[in-house]
Design a binder for this molecule. Structure first.
Ligand code: AMP
Ligand code: ZN
Length: 117
């Protein structure tokens, strides 16, 4: 069923507490944890506890949880005292997505270039 945990999904396992992560925030619907390969001084991933393959699929199926995800991304930035930061949703392998469970990258603490690579 849509949104159900997937046996082969790393982030479903982190959401369920079956794989350890450096969790910085948790709500009824989301978990935020530090990226294992940080690309900036602050690099936190915010995931929904439900499984959807990418952010747009999450928003289409469960818009309230997509809003929770964005709100939590902002809370992470506040907790980390970031005045400027970037929220990234890589979507599709060509855009760098490697884990097919929706997640927001919250990146900050250094200067950012535009356009992104
Ligand atoms: P993406 O490439 O957009 O799909 O993002 C997946 C992110 O998950 C990458 O930045 C990885 O470094 C990160 N990642 C992979 N495994 C773990 C893990 N066990 N704990 C924390 N972050 C992870
Ligand atoms: Zn999943």
């Amino acid at each position: 069923m849509v949104g159900e945990p997937q046996d082969d999904c790393l982030f479903c396992k982190i959401a369920a507490g079956q794989i350890p992560a450096d969790v910085v925030r948790e709500t009824e619907t989301t978990v935020a944890f530090r990226d294992i390969h940080p690309q900036a001084p602050t690099h936190v991933l915010v995931i929904p506890k439900v499984h959807h393959p990418d952010a747009a699929s999450l928003a289409a199926a469960e818009p309230g949880i997509a809003a929770d995800l964005l709100r939590e991304a902002g809370q992470v930035a506040g907790d980390e005292k970031l005045e400027s930061y970037r929220i990234v949703f890589n979507t599709g392998s060509g855009a760098g997505q490697t884990v097919f469970h929706a997640h927001a990258h919250v990146l900050g603490g250094r200067g950012m270039q535009w356009p992104p690579g």
